[in-house]
Design a protein. Structure first.
Length: 78
């Protein structure tokens, strides 16, 4: 895939999925809010995408709308 999409388009086309993004453009260069990007991976698990993100290959995001809280982002307290 090499089509640049806005974050809203990515969310609409691929709801409730983990996506691996490249060539990411951020809103006001804030490094957080994605304006647009190119999808590199759709078929990977959260763990696979996390490893690729830690290696600096991609930016990994979940396409659930921002107002829904991701429990998996908290970690586990023991």
């Amino acid at each position: 895939m090499s089509e640049r999409l806005t974050w809203e388009e990515i969310q609409e086309r691929y709801p409730d999925q983990w996506v691996g993004l490249v060539d990411v453009k951020y809103v006001d260069d804030d490094g957080i809010s994605i304006e647009s990007a190119v999808i590199k991976y759709l078929d990977k698990t959260k763990s696979e995408l996390t490893m690729k993100a830690l290696n600096g290959e991609i930016v990994s995001r979940y396409t659930t709308p921002d107002h829904i809280f991701q429990l998996g982002m908290l970690g586990v307290l023991r």
